[in-house]
Design a protein around this ligand. Structure first.
Ligand SMILES: C[S@@+](CC[C@H](N)C(=O)[O-])C[C@H]1O[C@@H](n2cnc3c(N)ncnc32)[C@H](O)[C@@H]1O
Length: 468
């Protein structure tokens, strides 16, 4: 791609030259597989039930066939392309003969089918307004767009995008990420942190997929969507640090074997029942979920990072569906038989109603309570007890340690656990009660990890209902 002179490409004329010379290596004749995979999720994220109700925007669209694909699904499709020849080529090459050309304002031309359901605004993206697009948009497909513009223009690009998005929307970004961009290489690298910096204050930024090739170039997929908890302020997002960990594969807590305490306290969790509904809060990609599913139980996970959930299903060789749920500003993943579901959202946005009338019989909490901020512990305890039946069983793994290290895993003392989990009314004549089931020295483990502590003990608590 040496002919793509980066200095020239800062101007639309640079791109125009390439189109005139017939050099457009970014153009693909097929439909992009990521668009095929995620378009229905975007529709749900936009809060629409049918493509016909949805305006789908494709910025810097060139003459991509993806426009035709989206139209064939029923969407009203609006592209934007700076080079007018690319706009006219799109209609000619696809034998769309009813194209109408209307000058909207100097430099801005609408190329549209007669019914107006497929149009490309020919002109400078940075001058776009909702008016020029014929209204705000519900969904966006961004492949080779944000990554094609000059790095210094990214914020401006995001501002234009935010100005054309409807209140409820779904925005799909496909990008590659290099460790270092060599001079002049296109498309520019785009990382999860870049997307978060551009859109994360106002919206939810979800890392859906990230696959590295042999040259350590990552193929990333992000979904940006409405997040009711965000108002543009710098309020800390609980999931930010964890998303970063998953993005960089820094997941030292993950185990490739079934958790020993799940096995050890299996009968405690079964509580005399043969088949149970078991909850794994903050489930990561723990294999414990698939293990319990394979034992015939109903399994529910809650995890904030889509990439983790996708990997869990894939590692378990399970077929699954993926939907967007506006109530939780996140996704619901489910096996075909509905017996294993993962709610992919901030735990604190999870709604007890979504668990269903048949609440959970038991909870296995490893790496969950210890992962959340101390300030969230009270809400956590209250919420989790709303997900379970009156005769529930709950195994809680937590460390007690003291020293310089502050976690995660975050520490908790016995008094705090008892204070948080004891005495909740769980049924007409029962209340919750925590007891310490096991203690184990964990100093060696902390030392191995390089976590500076004076002492460390692993505590396993059992929480259940008792008569008061
Ligand atoms: C220490 S890991 C433990 C994962 C899993 N329980 C295991 O044992 O492998 C904590 C997990 O919680 C997720 N997480 C952290 N805060 C969350 C929140 N507020 N809502 C949902 N998930 C969260 C992280 O993405 C991460 O996967």
């Amino acid at each position: 791609m040496s002919e793509m002179d980066p200095v020239k490409l800062k101007k639309i004329d640079g791109w125009k030259d390439l189109w005139e010379k017939g050099i457009f290596p970014w153009h693909k004749d097929g439909i992009n597989p990521k668009l095929e995979k995620y378009w229905s999720i975007l529709l749900q994220a936009a809060g629409k039930s049918k493509p016909e109700e949805c305006r789908f925007f494709v910025p810097l669209c060139g003459k991509t066939k993806d426009l035709l694909f989206l139209r064939s699904q029923g969407f009203q499709v609006i592209g934007c392309e700076g080079v007018h020849q690319a706009c006219t080529d799109f209609f000619t090459e696809n034998s769309i003969n009813d194209m109408e050309k209307v000058e909207l304002e100097p430099g801005m031309t609408s190329y549209s089918t007669k019914d107006g359901k497929l149009k490309i605004i020919g002109g400078d993206y940075f001058k776009l307004t909702p008016n020029l697009l014929g209204g705000k948009v519900d969904c966006v497909w961004d492949r080779g767009s944000l990554v094609a513009i000059d790095l210094g223009d990214r914020e401006k690009y995001a501002d234009v995008m935010c100005s054309v998005l409807n209140n409820q929307f779904g925005y799909l970004i496909a990008s590659i990420e290099r460790e270092v961009d060599s001079p002049g290489c296109m498309p520019y690298s785009l990382s999860f942190d870049d997307v978060k910096d551009l859109f994360g204050k106002k919206f939810g930024v979800h890392l859906m997929e990230s696959k590295s090739d042999e040259n350590k170039v990552k193929d990333n997929t992000f979904i940006v969507s409405t997040d009711k908890g965000k108002d543009g302020s710098s309020l800390e997002d609980r999931l930010n640090m964890w998303r970063g960990r998953w993005d960089k594969s820094m997941i030292g807590w993950h185990k490739s074997v079934v958790n020993e305490h799940l096995t050890q306290y299996y009968d405690y969790l079964l509580n005399g029942k043969e088949k149970i509904k078991i909850l794994f809060p903050l489930s990561g990609k723990s294999i414990d979920l698939v293990h319990c599913y394979n034992q015939g139980h109903i399994v529910v996970g809650i995890e904030g990072v889509p990439l983790a959930v996708e990997e869990m299903f894939q590692n378990g060789n399970l077929k699954y569906s993926r939907t967007f749920c506006i109530e939780i500003d996140g996704f619901i993943y489910q096996t075909e038989d509905g017996r294993l579901s993962v709610y992919c959202c901030d735990f604190f946005k999870m709604k007890p109603e979504l668990i269903g009338e048949d609440k959970c019989d038991s909870v296995f909490d490893r790496g969950a309570f210890e992962a959340i901020f101390e300030a969230d512990r009270e809400s956590y305890a209250k919420l989790i007890l709303q997900f379970v039946k009156p005769d529930f069983r709950y195994i809680l793994n937590i460390y007690d340690y003291g020293g310089d290290y502050k976690g995660p895993p975050r520490a908790a003392k016995k008094e705090e656990i008892f204070g948080l989990f004891n005495g909740h009314k769980m049924g007409s004549n029962v209340v919750s009660k925590a007891e310490l089931l096991m203690q184990e020295d964990a100093l060696d483990l902390f030392k191995q990890k390089g976590w500076e502590v004076d002492y460390a003990i692993k505590n396993i608590y059992g929480i259940k209902s008792i008569a008061p």
